[in-house]
Design a binder for this molecule. Sequence first.
Ligand code: ADP
Ligand code: MG
Length: 342
Amino acid sequence: MSERTEIASLGEFGLIDHLTKNIEIRNASTITGVGDDAAVIDHFGKQTVLTNDLLVEGVHFDLMYTPLKHLGYKTVVVNLSDIYAMNAIPSQIIVGIAFSNRFSLEALEDFYEGVYAACALYDVDLVGGDTTSSQKGFIISCTAIGEITPDKYVKRSGAKKGDLLCVSGDLGAAFLGLTLLEREKNIFRENPGIQPDLEGEDYIVGRILKPEARKDIIELLSEKVVLPSAMIDISDGLSSEILHICKQSDVGCVLYEEKIPIAEETKQAAFKFNLDPTACALSGGEDYELLFTIHQDDYEKLKENKDISVIGYITDAEAGKHIISKGGNRHPLTAQGWNAFD
Ligand code: ADP
Ligand code: MG
């Protein structure tokens, strides 16, 4: 049996102190971190980018198959992904938690182990938070703060006719990982004697439980001196994110099904579940890749990079929003993705 320390034995301040005592400050911009009424941050003339996410047990995550350490890591990563999607560099986070008495000190330690692992990898400081109780379950609020050289931030609204539509990494894997975990959960519920079978599915399961934010892509764009005209991170599925860019930029687009990057592991898993891999990429969520548009002149600078795929181009709004299937047919692009046509 693993140990179980009741939170009540520490009290709120003892708990905060316990969870934050080993914080190492990594950024010069962090002037005051945990321990005062508020944190103090100096961005030295840069502009500040802010985002928040709220995660609720049973709505956004299921602790039956989500280890708390992974949850802590993912909490940070999904927020940092939003900062990167503005072309900014994250520097601080604030994490608030509410939990019922079902949670022990050891459980919260696991969660913070994940939070701190992400802080170390992405070079951000945890500078504050809030700690309270909930009647039921675990609730997490995470705010990320980032910095950007004035006016170098990239909004969703800057895409222009003729720009190329680009995406990082590959898509659809997280959705299939989730589908697999949900299936195993249901099998386990009906027959607790059966152990989950995740054999050979590390890639798709890893993509849902331990996603990464594309810091490397933001660094690459900066190194190659490419400023995207619009950018968004893919949390809800490719089609809905493309539609956000089109709507906010007042443009249309053409997307090529055959250009959508999908990993071999994802295709195999899709076939096992009798799902169309393209539909998983278009409508499945939580990939946390970056979708961005670039001017055609910038194509040369990025074309050697295997982590970036050009998947289509931007048109006038009047031309509409379309996907060209592998069979060469043209279909309207909708947020729901698609019904396997052709
Ligand atoms: P206040 O009552 O003024 O809001 P708190 O007792 O909630 O103060 O917080 C004291 C300090 O501890 C603050 O710096 C706050 O940001 C930090 N803090 C509280 N909860 C957490 C947490 N879960 N993680 C990190 N820092 C926290
Ligand atoms: Mg407080």
